[in-house]
Design a protein around this ligand. Structure first.
Ligand SMILES: [Zn+2]
Length: 82
């Protein structure tokens, strides 16, 4: 019994593993990363009216708040972001 019988199949296995890694990770993986960047991330904004008589609160889930979102619907004043 020589060592050649044991060494030969080991080398073949390693080669096959490397090949399959390249095939599965290649182009499809980089495309997935690009898609994640494109999807808008929604942020939870908590707005509070600073006026003591009003104190109106609202939560807006949006990417970016607009000027209209910052206006208090109760007293028409500018709301503060918490
Ligand atoms: Zn208000």
């Amino acid at each position: 019994m020589g060592l050649d019988k044991w060494i030969a199949p080991e080398k073949e296995k390693k080669k096959k593993k490397e090949e399959s890694k390249i095939n599965s990770q290649g182009i499809s993986n980089s495309r997935k990363k690009e898609r994640v960047k494109e999807t808008p991330i929604l942020t939870k904004h908590t707005l509070i009216c600073p006026k003591a008589k009003c104190k109106y609160q609202k939560v807006i889930v949006k990417r970016i708040l607009t000027e209209k979102d910052k206006v208090c619907p109760k007293c028409k004043g500018l709301m503060r972001i918490k």
